[in-house]
Design a protein around this ligand. Sequence first.
Ligand code: G3P
Ligand code: CA
Length: 264
Amino acid sequence: GAVSAQTVGSSAPEVIGHRGAAGVAPENTVAAFREAVRSGAGFFEIDVQLSADGVPFLFHDSTPARTTNVAEVFPGREDDPITSFTWDELQQLEVGSAYAERYRGERIPHLDDAARAATPRTGVFIEIKSPQDSPGVEAVVAESLASVPEWQRLVARGKVEVIGFDAESNRRFAALAPQIPLQQLAGTVPDAAALEAVAEYADGFSTNYRSLDADGVRRIHDAGLEAAVYTVNSVEAYDQVAALGVDRVTGDFPRELVRHAKGL
Ligand code: G3P
Ligand code: CA
C-alpha cells in the first residue's frame, strides 16, 4: 500500500537500537550492543551516568532495584541512588539474570565498552541520563570522545551523537564539544520559537512518537533540526512515523525494524 511504499528505499528512517537492543538482551549491556550491531542498525543508544568516584558507566535507572542483584550483594541499598555506588561496587553487581537466566553474569559496562562494541556501520547515541545526579558528566563524555582512540575513530566517521532531556546539560556539552552532533529530547514537540532556541545548540530533536503529528515534524524540520522518535516497537508504528517524515526511529527490536526498513 501507499504507506509501506514510503518505508522502502533511501528515505526509510534510520534505525537506532534502544538501550542497545533492550527487547532481545539486557538493556545497556555489551550483549545488547552486540545484538544491535548484528541487526545492522545505524546506531545503538546508551545511557551514561557517573559513579561516586567519577567513572562513566552505562545504566538507565536512578536506582539499582529493577535490573540488578543489589539485594544479594548490598542488602538495604536497593533504593540508593545508582550514582552513590563506586565503580568497584558497580562491578560487583550482575545485570543479566533479571532479564533472563541465560544472561547471568553480565556486568555494568564502562562508557568506553560501547565504543569497543560499535562498528563503522553501527555507531553510538550517548544519552546523558539524569545529569543533575552526575555533576561534571558532560566534561567526562567530551574528554572520552576526544581522547579514547575507539571513540576518536567513531567520531571521525560521524558515528557518535549525544542526546539528552536536560537543555542546560545539552548546552554545556555543546560548548565543550561543538563538533559532536547533539539532539534535544522531550516528551512533546514545543512551538516554533522554542525549537529555534534548541537549534542554537542542537542538530536534532527527538520525541515520543505517540505524541507526534505531521505538524510537529514540520516544526522540527522548519527549525533546521533532524526529527527522531522513541520508542517504536512495531512495524506498524514505524510505518506511521515514516509517513510523517521522521528521520530516525529508536526501538527495542532493531533487527525487526531494519528488516522492515529494507522492505524484507
Ligand atoms: O532515545 C531516547 C530514549 O532513550 C529516552 O528515554 O527513558 O529510554 O532513556 P529513556
Ligand atoms: Ca535513553
